[in-house]
Design a protein around this ligand. Structure first.
Ligand code: HEC
Ligand code: HEC
Length: 457
């Protein structure tokens, strides 16, 4: 116990004075990651907002709605905003998923730089950008479609929350972050005490089998309520301008209309980011995975986590040589930090053709931001910093010359090499022949995917 109190003190100081010194590497530019006063200020604002929403939710729980589904949703909301679910009692799920950004990362300065977010232990960052959790519960349970010869469904960039045990990928997803050492960091799904566990003991709380079974099913229920809230009208509302136009209640501007035509036609975005069809909701993903050739994001602090931290924990032994293998990597070796679902060994033969591929993300709310200058990061590693940048990439990846990162022309007149070229899509993306104006029209169209344009009543 005293050890964990001591650790807490150490971590408290680390929050204010985090500085990761970086050696240079030949392939990747040096990075330096500091939680600057600006970041700390933004984090403090986000934390205050989380506390405010949590307090409001607890007030609503005092006089709960009269039907059980809404009660479960409200309970899920209370847990999503509860920082007690983290080892240092400082990080709620919502820390990386806030409403004002469409339930993804709420700190502009982190989006602009690291792309990924610090965990409850503030010196630890994961290797990926927070995805939105809205619409995530509508992903199918991960399955193999032999006609398409493809895996479809699941949650996470690498689809590893399969949903096959609980019948819902988002419910299994919610069991990942609480025990992920670079996220909420609890040592065991039961509770943090007596912690931290010895590395050799995955179940440090030595309960009887029956009691562990009860704890495990309570954990399932927690996760199911969180997924229930994510699926609720508050988080998954279908109220964008796009929905209004489809319902005959609004009209696109000429640019949005032209962008939509490109999206479905010349630019062929629709072949992966499906805009619906008979019997199909427009979720702007087909729930398969692809490698579009996104460059590595050298600013991911994860590259630097190759030495034991203050708690003697090493998140990324591979250091700078880490390459995100996406779905293929999950199929071969699972995910070392968070594996809420049991991998299915029968899918192992699919690994080679899934190497480097990540799940097609929804485009709903991609532009949702609290104010116009707020930076959002895009792609699994947060490499892209604007919608214009990623559209320009789709348009010119195979046209412009390669350059190193930090080249003055990077992202405009040249592109760094892909993080991984394994299974990279070269048929649909990379050379779209779009004009600058057409790129902008695609951006206008995506801006019409922000929820809250119309009310639901
Ligand atoms: C420290 C930041 C952080 C915290 C805290 C966090 N997440 Fe996430 N979330 C992420 C990242 C990063 C990803 C993508 C991870 C990956 O693919 O491996 C993600 C992915 C997800 C997804 C998958 C969406 C999809 O379409 O597949 C859902 C759902 C989600 N988070 C919900 C939650 C819930 C619920 C909690 C709390 C129990 C939580 N997150 C806590 C960063 C965070
Ligand atoms: C071959 C399938 C495919 C096609 C075609 C495609 N995308 Fe994507 N899209 C993806 C995948 C996969 C990702 C995630 C890439 C990554 O993380 O490296 C992605 C990511 C994105 C993102 C970032 C979303 C986020 O939340 O991070 C945007 C925006 C986007 N695509 C827009 C478009 C547009 C616009 C087009 C058409 C010009 C398009 N995509 C064509 C598969 C596709």
């Amino acid at each position: 116990m005293s050890r964990s109190r001591g650790e807490r003190a150490v971590l408290g100081r680390a929050v204010v004075s985090l500085f990761i010194a970086v050696g240079s590497a030949a392939a990747i530019e040096p990075t330096s990651v500091t939680l600057t006063p600006d970041v700390l200020k933004e984090i403090a604002q986000v934390e205050a907002e989380i506390d405010r929403i949590e307090a409001q939710t607890i007030d609503r729980l005092a006089a709960p709605p009269d039907n059980q589904v809404q009660q479960i949703e409200l309970l899920g909301k209370a847990m999503l905003y509860d920082k007690q679910l983290s080892v240092n009692r400082n990080e709620a799920c919502a820390f990386c998923h806030m409403p004002e950004t469409g339930f993804t990362g709420p700190v502009s300065e982190l989006n602009r730089t690291t792309g990924s977010y610090p965990g409850s232990v503030r010196t630890r960052y994961s290797e990926r950008k927070p995805q939105t959790h809205s619409y995530a519960p509508l992903s199918p349970v991960l399955h193999y479609n032999p006609g398409q010869d493809d895996l479809v469904g699941g949650n996470f960039w690498d689809m590893r929350a399969t949903g096959r045990r609980l019948g819902n990928p988002a419910a299994e997803q919610a069991e990942g972050p609480p025990t992920n050492p670079v996220e909420m960091g609890l040592p065991d799904m039961v509770c943090a005490r007596p912690g931290p566990p010895p590395a050799s003991d995955p179940k440090p709380v030595h309960l009887s089998d029956a009691d562990r079974g009860r704890a495990a099913s309570t954990f399932d229920q927690m996760a199911q309520s969180i997924a229930g809230y994510e699926a609720s009208a508050e988080v998954t509302p279908f109220t964008s301008k796009f929905d209004a136009v489809m319902g005959g209640k609004a009209q696109f501007t000429p640019d949005e209309q032209a962008g939509y035509a490109l999206f479905r036609g010349k630019a062929n975005c629709n072949s992966c980011h499906r805009d619906g069809g008979p019997g199909e909701d427009p979720l702007f993903t087909d729930f398969t995975a692809s490698n579009i050739g996104t460059p590595a994001n050298p600013q991911l602090p994860y590259y630097l986590e190759d030495k034991p931290d203050a708690l003697d924990y090493t998140a990324n032994p591979a250091g700078r040589s880490f390459i995100d293998g996406g779905v293929g990597s999950f199929l071969v070796k699972g995910h070392p930090l968070s594996e809420p679902s049991v991998p299915d060994a029968r899918w192992l033969p699919l690994a080679p053709k899934n190497n480097g591929r990540v799940q097609v993300p929804t485009l709903r709310n991609v532009d949702k931001r609290p104010y116009p200058d707020f930076v959002k990061a895009y792609g699994h590693n947060g490499y892209f910093k604007s919608l214009k940048a990623i559209v320009h990439f789709y348009n010119t990846r195979d046209v412009l010359p390669r350059c190193g990162s930090n080249d003055p022309g990077e992202g405009v007149t040249c592109w760094p090499a892909p993080e991984s070229t394994a299974n990279m899509n070269t048929k649909t993306v990379g050379n779209l022949g779009l004009t600058d104006a057409e790129e902008n029209q695609l951006v206008s169209f995506m801006q019409a995917l922000t929820d809250g344009y119309m009310s639901r009543d």
